[in-house]
Design a protein around this ligand. Sequence first.
Ligand SMILES: Nc1ncnc2c1ncn2[C@@H]1O[C@H](COP(=O)(O)OP(=O)(O)O)[C@@H](O)[C@H]1O
Ligand SMILES: [Mg+2]
Length: 327
Amino acid sequence: MITVDPSSASISGSDGKHKIVDHSGGKNEYIVSPQNCVVFTRRTCLKNSESKDFVREMERLGYVMINSLDTMEICEDKFVTYKKLKAANISTPQTVVISSSSMNKLDEKVQSIGGRFPIVAKILEGTQGSGVMIFESMMSLKSSLQAIFTLVPKADILLQEKINSDCDYRIHVLYNGFDRVSGVDNYKVIGCMQRNVMEGDFRSNFSLGATAEKGHLTPELERISKQAAYAVKGRWVGVDVIMDSGTKQCYVLEINSSPGTKGITTAAGDDVVGEIFGMIKNDFSSKEMPCVIETVEPGKKVCVKTYIGEWENRTFREVGMDKWRLF
Ligand SMILES: Nc1ncnc2c1ncn2[C@@H]1O[C@H](COP(=O)(O)OP(=O)(O)O)[C@@H](O)[C@H]1O
Ligand SMILES: [Mg+2]
């Protein structure tokens, strides 16, 4: 596996062979080809234009990106994700966006998502539960929004109906194969973790300390998570789904383009990393030395891991690949 800092790397070359030069932590050069390479992008690629440029260039040259810039950008913004889900007819909580200039329409907006408190509010690009709030009354919602818009006049805030449940599900969905993402049927669920709402909170993020366990993957959870992955053309995504404890209706809350692997591996016991590398191994037609590139947060110190051994002579297990975490 090669780890590159996308903000200080460049790629050039022709005839299907390219050279990556990464200037972070000294100068490192790698010869790669779309035929034997898979690129794992992390959402931190979106942090600056140099990183996005590098990823875009790799896409243009025909590399398989897990995930593409498009997918990452859709997942990064909860309102864009909401629009995509709506357009694909996928059930998601009723949602509106509000900004300082539309505060005079607050009452209508609240009505348009059902008008019932509590209401959930979110900043568009929050992750790991921070940026998700709950409001019990119009009075607290209005005054808090006014404070937020005073601090950050250009902020956009999502208002969302609250779904009643004491847990939600993080479902890892993988696209099987490296062809162009087409159709829901090529997706496979490789992990399902139930995350329990924390005591004294309404959120269930593992990173905030929520307890988690293996989730029971119902046909409906499987269907909706695959549909959500396809709606954003993700190759490997973590779909957050909440099921209303009364009606049993499932709703997609968000789609994560850089899902963490720790929680699902330790708490749910799902070997998502093994599944992903198993797929890579099965699907590579090339007999050349395969190569996995991982991007890191721009500016972060880069460690060069290693190339994976030859396909024919060494297995993933032998090179210790099955024990690797992605990050
Ligand atoms: N509409 C909602 N109804 C009920 N709970 C919600 C709702 N939206 C979010 N939550 C809770 O908050 C958590 C975090 O929300 P999410 O939209 O996944 O943002 P983040 O990107 O911060 O994880 C969810 O896992 C869920 O437990
Ligand atoms: Mg989430």
